[in-house]
Design a binder for this molecule. Sequence first.
Ligand code: NDP
Ligand code: X2W
Length: 347
Amino acid sequence: MYLHVGIIGANGYSGIELIRHIQQHPNVTLNLIVSNSTSGKLITELYPHLQNIYEEQLQTLDVESIADQVDLLFFATPSRVSKDWIPAFMEKGIKCIDLSGDFRLKSAADYQKWYKAEHTNGAYLQEAAYGLCEVFAEDIAQSKLIANPGCYPTAALLALIPMVEQKLVSTNSIIIDGKSGASGAGRNPSLATHFGEINENVKAYKLGQHQHIPEIEQVLSEVNGEPVQVTFSTHLIPMTRGILCTIYLDLLEEKTTADILSVYENYYEGAPFVRVRPEGTWPATKEVYGSNFCDIGVLVDERTGKLTVVSVIDNVVKGASGQAIQNMNLLCGWDIQTGLNQIPVYP
Ligand SMILES: NC(=O)C1=CN([C@@H]2O[C@H](COP(=O)(O)OP(=O)(O)OC[C@H]3O[C@@H](n4cnc5c(N)ncnc54)[C@H](OP(=O)(O)O)[C@@H]3O)[C@@H](O)[C@H]2O)C=CC1
Ligand SMILES: CC(=O)N[C@@H](CCC(=O)OP(=O)(O)O)C(=O)O
């Protein structure tokens, strides 16, 4: 199979990362790039690093003209945009992978509560497969609409699911401490990500209100079979890319670090993008920079009985565009590593 694809929101951070990945994918041609405010411009006017590599003009978002040119669309638009466009493309037989939060939650009421907007296409919420590739591969392979997970949920869920699915930890005391670099907030300038605000600073934000709380709880409840709630705190730190989640859990039975590591190793056997660290070592964001890896380290503190799990991803790769490519690979029956073999950039 060979695909012709397009990117809506191509001039944002995850859009530009999609271009980088699609250019390295042997089975895909990027036929079309779309922007809201910069249509008509060449992508190289906005991103000179693409000179001689990909120099196309940004188009406007028009269903009729786009549908004829592509088999699959990536939506790399802010939340509250794709919900109004994806149904029209799907009716024309175009498969869609949405990087935003618009199709991740199953309940329109939850969407309204956490995203502060009405979901006028609620029926599609049921149709969408949740694109956490290592866990829901079968659903993804059969779906025409994939809701790519949020960046924090990718890091948190890959770290939590082996424990929560196998009921090894208490599900009413889960604490996730997440830290993100500024690219997680997108390319649009804002006071929160202004150099003077972010440099030499670390700050908590959206405590108790983050839109990823219901997404994490929905998936954990599904794999556990009982409702699960989490305490989830987000922090902005002075770096460009990367997310690190430190997760605190109460074990239901006495276990050693070696016991827990073997659970993770078994769960992720055959999952090339999840690397479980040897005992006594914990991952750092730089070790996955520019790559589709999620690295996980664990510690059972025999003194307190607490389990700490640390996970890291590159937010724009495994947390967004890389995982979107992995989802496309699953959807098309290709090897999931196709186009995703980048070694992390170090230092
Ligand atoms: N950055 C990250 O690490 C991650 C991002 N995501 C999600 O991916 C999506 C994109 O994020 P990111 O790349 O960071 O965002 P950016 O702000 O960098 O880019 C957003 C893009 O969407 C376009 N756009 C905005 N409004 C519209 C509209 N009404 N119609 C069509 N296009 C529109 C913008 O075009 P223009 O500039 O021309 O207006 C721009 O190309 C978001 O939903 C985000 O939450 C998910 C995981 C991680
Ligand atoms: C640093 C920073 O601001 N990060 C963003 C991540 C948003 C994102 O990418 O996720 P959605 O697709 O679910 O909106 C935030 O915390 O809201």
